[in-house]
Design a protein around this ligand. Structure first.
Ligand code: NAD
Ligand code: MG
Length: 396
């Protein structure tokens, strides 16, 4: 068995911690080359002491000194760096063959693109990269020979239901695929009266009924923007037209998504809602390894339910699907506006229902532009963020 050398971008987040949980079960198989975190330097320090990476990267230089001191006291020789250039350096370091893209939001764009440009095996959780630069990212990966393995549970489920050869090429052409059915839990407000949605709090919004995740994706799940981002993600990952991707609400989160074939067969991947399953699948692919997650017990499993998504309740899903249909820079604008709006909601600056209003306003006001080059994507993103801040300010 060859050892894989991992760089984990976003090691302290929900995806990062679950990944290290799986990695710790297979010390012969995986060695950790680099770990990165934005501000949680204490947790990063503990992870360095446990996994002994060559490099650690923090977002802000002010965390370097306390982390270095912590590592010195614990006799850990990990070298500490700070900032985006250091993130890109560890993402492209030839000493690592695998990069786990677990940063949240467009903040992950530059390092994840670096991993794509340097031919890595990329375990992709950071869906915002595909939303704002899908075509560019996939082209860059193709040109360098990078292999992209989806960590997002829905995309990993689809990946498992497609006949994919060991080269990892994921497009659906010639495989008899009729459509994808992406499942969605509906989040914590699936049954909340519509006139109460304006009153829900950040604490209620981040409390997902089935999954434990970071705060931003939890709010995205509550608005169902997450499902819209995932449809865009699926479009780019598998090169499937938007019209062949459907969303179905499945509140139990046991079927993680399905692939329907032209002969009437539907293949689904099922499991308990535990990210360690898709993470283990991608870490070991094409082999299978123990993840720490338990399979579903069918004798005590809840009844599986399905229903259509109500776009009046979930206007963010509608906005995301419209942005995908429009194409070009619309998804990048949608993503940037959403990141700013979610942050404002989490900071109690706007109401839950204002998230969709802000995104819609920004999409209405933001000039479109090309997204063929990285600096064009960055410019679109920065401009949409500025317009989003302004429209939040005007809401008051
Ligand atoms: P999280 O908030 O728990 O963790 C985010 C990680 O990114 C942290 O390690 C943080 O230090 C790092 N980070 C944040 N801002 C940064 C910045 N500006 N620069 C560098 N690093 C930064 O988020 P999460 O739930 O782990 O989600 C990470 C990504 O994975 C998101 O794109 C999310 O949509 C996707 N995802 C998560 C889950 C899940 O179960 N958590 C499932 C599917 C997809
Ligand atoms: Mg998902």
């Amino acid at each position: 068995m060859t050892t894989r050398y991992l760089t984990l971008l976003g090691a302290t987040g929900s995806i990062g911690v679950s990944t290290l949980d799986v990695v710790a079960r297979h010390p012969q198989r995986f060695a950790v080359h680099a770990l990165t975190a934005h501000s949680q330097w204490q947790l990063l320090g503990e992870q360095c002491v446990q996994f002994r990476p060559m490099h650690a990267v923090v977002g802000d230089p002010k965390y370097v000194a306390p982390l270095v001191e912590y590592l010195r006291r614990n006799s850990c020789g990990t070298q500490v760096h700070a900032g985006v250039d250091a993130l890109c350096a560890v993402a492209g370091d030839p000493a690592a063959d695998t990069v786990v893209a677990g940063i949240v939001g467009a903040a992950g764009l530059l390092p994840t693109m670096t991993a794509a440009a340097t031919g890595k095996r990329i375990l992709l959780a950071n869906k915002e990269v595909l939303v704002c630069a899908g075509q560019l990212f996939m082209r860059t990966a193709r040109e360098s020979g990078a292999v992209i393995l989806p960590l997002d549970s829905e995309h990993n489920a689809i990946f498992q239901c497609l006949p994919i050869k060991d080269d990892g090429k994921m497009n659906i052409a010639g495989k008899g695929v009729k459509r994808f059915v992406i499942t969605a839990s509906g989040g914590p407000f699936l049954e909340t009266a519509l006139d109460q949605l304006a009153l829900v709090t950040p604490a209620q919004a981040v409390k997902h009924p089935n999954w434990e995740m970071g705060r931003k994706i939890s709010v995205d799940s509550a608005t169902m923007m997450n499902k819209g981002l995932e449809v865009i993600e699926a479009h780019w990952l598998f090169d499937i037209p938007a019209a062949q991707i459907d969303v179905v609400i499945h509140p139990q989160s046991i079927i993680h998504s399905m692939v329907e074939y032209v002969d009437g067969s539907t293949l689904a991947q099922l499991g308990t809602p535990d990210m360690r399953t898709p993470i283990a699948n991608a870490l070991a692919w094409p082999e299978r390894i123990v993840s720490g997650s338990e399979a579903v017990n069918w004798l005590s499993a809840p009844k599986l339910e399905f229903r259509a998504a109500d776009l009046q309740r979930f206007p963010c899903l509608d906005l995301a699907l419209a942005a995908l249909r429009e194409g070009e820079s619309a998804p990048a604008i949608l993503n940037a506006a959403n990141e700013i709006a979610v942050e404002a909601f989490l900071n109690n600056k706007i109401k839950f229902t204002d998230i969709a209003r802000v995104v819609e306003t920004v999409l209405g006001r933001c000039p479109r532009g090309a997204v063929d080059m990285l600096d064009e994507v960055m410019a679109i993103d920065a401009n949409a963020r500025a317009i989003a801040q302004e429209s939040i300010w005007k809401l008051h």
